[in-house]
Ligand binder design. Structure first.
Ligand code: NDP
Length: 610
């Protein structure tokens, strides 16, 4: 069987054959404890979350004052919320953020090699507003962090920010129609509105490997890289690792980016692999200044919408980003264009999509053979699952790192590391002794918001948000909760998810800032989703299929809740084409200008939204 032009030269395997292979690989990895296999970073691991960039001497007097909007979280979500609120004329905005500056993910994650593999021209938000065009197609971490700071400066968000401060409680004060926000610095801040921008992949997690607390060597998580130990910086040069035996547990997007740098400096590097990542080529040209000059107003939104449509499976006239994320749909379009007698029934289309996916993954597997000298190692590094089952990576140095004599791939046949001892890592009947163990084991996904944020939110009925959600998420648009007036949540649950997550964050920011501005215009003291509107949205979410079948067949990972299907009530309203539908729905809702489903309370004459 072969399907299109300029693609792999060898015939593709039969679909039945590859489905069987994928299923076998998935089944090897399924385990009864699913997401519970991970442990929280606390207790004897709490120091993994210390802030290496904070000022240990920092101190200030507690605040007892009032602001219009308090934003919890100074990452990209909080920044776009702050910027959009400023654009709506909001003057009094305070950020509360545990780090010592803005940046969120890009503040915490500074490991060597860090970069974003979603194109910079669509990932970095507010480019036109800030007047910036990124330096290359894919930004390194430092450029993104610099851009976060530029957004904060541009929109004057530093003015009232409280860094190195953790929220400890958010409680509704009905008498004052304000939120009271308490922090670990003794602050008691009143806020008319609170926006929760806590991030999605913000709290690191560790694998619950037996013996993990027994290790006596040096260890840390990639999200707080220990440059004091390794030397060097985000560009590498890890001189501190010379003469050291290093183990890396985790071969996801973070593992793929750090491995080449460790390989260059460590005496020996053991990479412990449970599931191979799909690692495609990274073309990362510098920005063409002529192209940058040619951009006309609106280009940024147009480009990210074009990308979102393509990765959602909606063909477009042109593919502006044209990279590994969008070429699956490119393969599909070619198939329909060139294929003789392509079957356009739903089954036919599904089969075509599967073939395009297979073609892509065969390319990725062929690349492993091209770049890895030892055929046995190459075979172990090949991903056997569909392209979007796991986060695909792009990198040119990861696979060749395994050709170095000082690098050993320790494959665990899908089972993971067996045990950690005082001196090393055990897989099968062998212990690999290491001086340093680096966890590239990812972040909590789907754990309770209060666990990730570290505080409770207590609404108008004295109920915590977690109590309200005891039987599943209840929101409207993923953002508003009945019983929690003037509170906005920026998240994925009952909202939407897409490859370019900052796109969703910005749309949420535009939406919530519109609501705040509209409520102010009307003179409303509170704006709160009605119980009925919330119920209707929860029902709509329950009805969304959200690629459930696709993810059930996938190898486990955080995308599919480690192989244990998520209750659709807790998932996004929209993924894939559902994302486009969701964004359209939010836009239409604003265009109506009726605040449909919201109840407003005004000081003089209360009135409900329609
Ligand atoms: P991931 O959750 O993607 O990866 C965790 C890794 O740890 C997986 O390889 C996992 O294996 C492995 N692991 C877990 N338990 C064990 C065990 N017991 N034994 C051996 N291995 C184990 O985390 P990342 O930090 O890599 O990435 C998280 C997300 O952050 C990405 O998906 C992406 O969204 C974002 N990111 C983006 C980057 C970019 O744009 N380039 C860079 C870094 C992060 P298994 O796969 O089998 O579960």
């Amino acid at each position: 069987m072969s399907i299109t032009d300029d693609q792999p030269t060898h015939p593709l395997p039969e679909l039945d054959e590859i489905r069987h292979r994928y299923r076998t690989e998935r089944d090897k990895r399924l385990r009864p404890d699913g997401p519970d296999q991970y442990i929280q970073v606390k207790g004897s691991f709490a120091h993994y979350m210390d802030d290496p960039w904070a000022d240990p001497e920092f101190t200030r007097e507690p605040l007892h004052d009032e602001v219009e909007v308090l934003v919890v979280g100074g990452g990209l979500g909080g920044l776009v919320a702050g910027a959009r609120l400023r654009q709506q004329g909001l003057d009094s905005i305070r950020f509360v953020e545990p780090a010592s500056d803005f940046g969120g993910t890009w503040y915490w994650n500074r490991y060597p090699g860090i970069s974003c593999d979603v194109e910079s021209y669509i990932y970095l938000p507010l480019l036109e507003e800030v007047g910036y065009v990124p330096k290359r197609k894919y930004s390194y971490g430092q450029e993104i962090l610099d851009h976060c700071h530029a957004i904060a400066r541009q929109f004057d968000l530093y003015r009232d920010a409280c860094f190195q401060t953790r929220v400890t409680e958010v409680r509704w004060d009905g008498a004052a129609s304000r939120w009271t926000v308490e922090t670990d610095r003794g602050d008691e801040i009143k806020a008319r509105y609170v926006c929760l921008a806590l991030g999605q992949l913000s709290k690191p997690k560790l694998p619950g490997i037996p013996g993990i607390e027994e290790f006596e060597g040096h260890s840390f998580h990639t999200c707080r890289w220990d440059f004091d130990y390794t030397g060097g910086n985000q560009e590498g040069n890890l001189t501190g690792l010379s003469g050291k035996r290093v183990g890396v547990i985790g071969t996801g997007a973070s593992g793929v980016q750090v491995v080449p740098h460790i390989a260059e400096w460590a005496e020996h590097l053991y990479v412990f692999q449970r599931t191979p990542s799909s690692v495609d080529i990274k073309h990362n040209p510098e920005t063409d200044p002529e192209w940058a000059r040619s951009l006309s107003p609106g280009w940024h939104q147009h480009r990210r919408e074009n990308f979102n449509a393509l990765v959602s499976g909606v063909p477009q006239e042109e593919d502006l980003v044209d990279d590994g994320w969008t070429d699956l749909i490119g393969n599909l379009v070619r198939l329909f264009r060139d294929g003789d007698g392509v079957d356009l029934s739903p089954e036919g289309i599904q089969r075509a999509v599967e073939l395009a996916d297979l073609q892509k993954m065969e390319q990725v597997r062929a690349r492993v053979d091209e770049l890895v000298d030892d055929p046995e190692t190459a075979e172990l590094l090949k991903p056997y699952y569909r392209q979007f089952c796991k986060r695909p990576c792009i990198d040119n140095d990861y696979l060749p790192a395994f050709n170095r004599p000082n690098v050993t791939l320790v494959d665990t046949a899908g089972k993971g590391v067996d045990r950690i001892t005082a001196t090393g890592v055990v897989v099968g009947d062998r212990e690999y002794e290491v001086d340093c163990l680096i966890y590239a084991s990812g972040f909590e996904v789907g754990t309770p918001l209060s666990q990730r944020g570290g505080f409770e939110i207590i609404g108008s009925q004295g109920e915590t948000l977690m109590e309200k959600w005891a039987d599943g998420l209840r929101t409207m648009h993923g953002m508003h909760m009945h019983g929690f007036p003037n509170l906005f949540l920026m998240s994925i649950g009952q909202s939407a998810n897409t490859v370019n997550y900052t796109h969703i964050l910005d749309e949420q920011a535009i939406h919530l800032s519109y609501i705040v501005a509209r409520a102010r215009e009307i003179g409303a003291v509170t704006v709160e989703v009605s119980a009925e509107a919330e119920e209707a949205w929860v029902d709509a979410c329950r009805g969304q299929a959200n690629n459930r079948g696709f993810f059930e067949d996938c190898t486990p990972g955080y995308y599919n809740n480690e192989g244990q299907a998520r209750n659709s009530q807790n998932g996004p309203y929209g993924v894939g084409p559902g994302t486009i539908e969701f964004l359209q729905l939010l836009g239409d809702w604003r265009a109506d200008d009726e605040l449909t489903g919201m109840e407003l309370r005004c000081e003089q004459s209360p009135r409900g939204g329609s």
